[in-house]
Write a protein that binds this ligand. Structure first.
Ligand SMILES: [Ca+2]
Length: 220
């Protein structure tokens, strides 16, 4: 009888161990954050604000944000003017530079939280180490109170590990607005809420899905 009791206890321990190990494996397979810039809170307050705290065109300076060194409040502007803001001037990309200590593997997901205060909604151009894609926003009204409340959208897409490399990587974001400029409305551009790169190291990316995925939303 006593032996059977011990046997049952042993069975329970084995089952519990299996559950713990199983949950550990599934946790490892889940997506992990590689880096995040800002917070997804439908506000650009953590970023570098233009003068008078309005979402207006900022001086055209080169933006290179180095993950691990740069600070959102000092190095990433809350707003990015679109290409047509100034009579069709070319888009100035904001670049994120980051290091990968290991060879990239699996599937990566980029999430870009955007805010807009203009009816002229800019498109987001993303270039990952030279691989371009163009994404259209579908802003939803944001009813959060505050000076910056406005339509918001988060663009998220997967891309394969082969877009990245061990060592230094560059990801460039641009605001594109191709309609003719209108004198009384120069506010087409992107407001940033947060940007995040995730990795699912166990994920598999279908070999023909990149083009399909990016083409669905882009005209590069
Ligand atoms: Ca934010």
């Amino acid at each position: 009888m006593k032996d059977r009791f011990h046997e049952n206890i042993l069975k329970v321990i084995v089952v519990l161990l299996a559950i713990v190990i199983g949950s550990g494996i599934s946790a490892e397979a889940a997506s992990q954050v590689v880096w995040q810039i800002g917070k997804f809170d439908q506000s650009p307050e953590e970023f570098k604000m233009p003068k008078r705290r309005r979402m207006v065109q900022q001086p055209a300076t080169e933006v290179v944000y180095i993950v691990g060194k740069s600070k959102p409040a000092e190095d990433w502007p809350a707003y990015q003017p679109a290409s047509a803001d100034k009579a069709g001037s070319p888009a100035r990309p904001y670049t994120i530079q980051f290091e990968l200590p290991q060879a990239p593997e699996g599937v990566y997901t980029l999430k870009v939280g955007l805010l807009s205060r203009s009816a002229r909604v800019a498109q987001l151009r993303v270039e990952i180490n030279g691989h371009p894609g163009l994404f259209y926003q579908h802003p939803k009204l944001n009813y959060m109170a505050g000076e910056w409340a406005g339509p918001a959208d988060t663009i998220a897409f997967d891309f394969p590990a082969r877009f990245l490399e061990k060592g230094t990587n560059k990801l460039a974001l641009s605001a594109i607005y191709n309609a003719p400029p209108v004198d009384n409305d120069r506010n087409a551009g992107l407001g940033y809420d947060a940007i995040e790169l995730d990795q699912d190291s166990a994920g598999k990316f279908p070999s023909d899905a990149v083009t399909a995925d990016i083409d669905r939303k882009s005209v590069v």
